[in-house]
Ligand binder design. Structure first.
Ligand SMILES: C[S@@+](CC[C@H](N)C(=O)[O-])C[C@H]1O[C@@H](n2cnc3c(N)ncnc32)[C@H](O)[C@@H]1O
Length: 271
């Protein structure tokens, strides 16, 4: 675990196998990926050409949920599985609504650490920090986040396109409940997640290809997704495909309605 305050510490990037953060960057048209990521990305596209649309739909879900949370008074954000910076980043959206919003980003991929400086340019009134940590070590995440966030006040915990990289064996549901147990009443959970519910054949093929390349994907059904929100009050409209969650808060993603987006998104409030 390491905080990056100024500059970039040296980090080791493994370019011998694809990494989720870099593949996602490639889908989004970014430049922070390697031939191995592009090659696997192209294999995913061959299975389902809508993968880049899905990535943009997911990103747009983050934009709208963050805006909704900030407009509804949330001033602290803990974003785990941040990804490579892609503008607008979460802190830019939150601080556009509320300049004093405080954001802690966290990811376990060294490539995100290498680009963390771009995540730290927040407003003078607010604060943004980056924490290098693995969500499967939640105590380290909480310990680091506590140094920046006031856990006596509501926090939005955002786990966007993260939990399908955390298996049931790693205790994904308990992990989320454990993180939520640290947060006070009035806090929120935001999750988006890939599913095989709509496209079982393509999803199975994609999961197998990724597994062979060392990336484990845990696709979850609607019920399994909804279980992450046990004990929370779901914000309207509840569990939805991501682009149907408060579409009025952003612009539609071109192509989002041309077929199935195999994912779910939801926001829940801790009572
Ligand atoms: C698909 S990207 C999502 C990025 C961003 N949240 C978004 O939705 O635009 C998934 C991110 O989760 C990170 N990740 C995967 N497993 C993780 C883990 N065990 N701990 C922390 N981050 C993880 C990856 O490195 C990657 O940056």
């Amino acid at each position: 675990m390491e905080f990056v305050m100024n500059g970039r510490p040296p980090v080791e990037i493994d370019t011998s196998r694809p990494h989720p953060a870099r593949m996602y960057d490639w889908y989004l048209g970014g430049k922070d990926n390697y031939p191995v990521d592009e090659a696997m990305g192209r294999q995913m596209l061959a299975l389902d050409p809508r993968v880049p649309v899905m990535a943009r739909v997911n990103r747009a879900f983050m934009h709208r949920t963050t805006r909704w949370l900030a407009e509804n008074g949330v001033r602290q954000f803990l974003d785990i599985g941040t990804g490579i910076p892609t503008e607008p980043n979460l802190h830019q959206i939150a601080q556009r609504v509320a300049a004093d919003a405080v954001v802690v980003y966290s990811d376990n991929d060294p490539i995100v650490l290498a680009h963390a400086a771009a995540l730290l340019r927040g407003t003078p009134e607010g604060r943004t920090e980056y924490l290098q940590a693995d969500v499967r070590s939640p105590d380290a995440v909480i310990e680091g986040a506590r140094k920046v966030l006031d856990f006596g006040r509501p926090v939005a915990l955002s786990l966007i396109a993260l939990l399908h990289f955390v298996s049931d064996e790693d205790g994904a549901h308990d992990l989320v409940q454990g993180l939520l147990s640290e947060l006070p009443s009035g806090s929120y959970l935001v999750v988006s997640h890939a599913t095989a519910d709509f496209t079982p054949e393509e999803s199975k093929a994609a999961t197998e290809k990724l597994k062979a390349a060392g990336v484990n994907l845990a696709l979850r059904s609607r019920d399994e997704f909804a279980r992450f929100f046990d004990g929370l009050d779901l914000v309207e409209p509840g569990v939805e495909v991501p682009h149907k969650w408060h579409p009025e808060l952003g612009e539609p993603v071109p192509g989002q309605d041309d077929g199935v987006i195999p994912g779910y998104g939801a926001v829940g409030r801790k009572p």
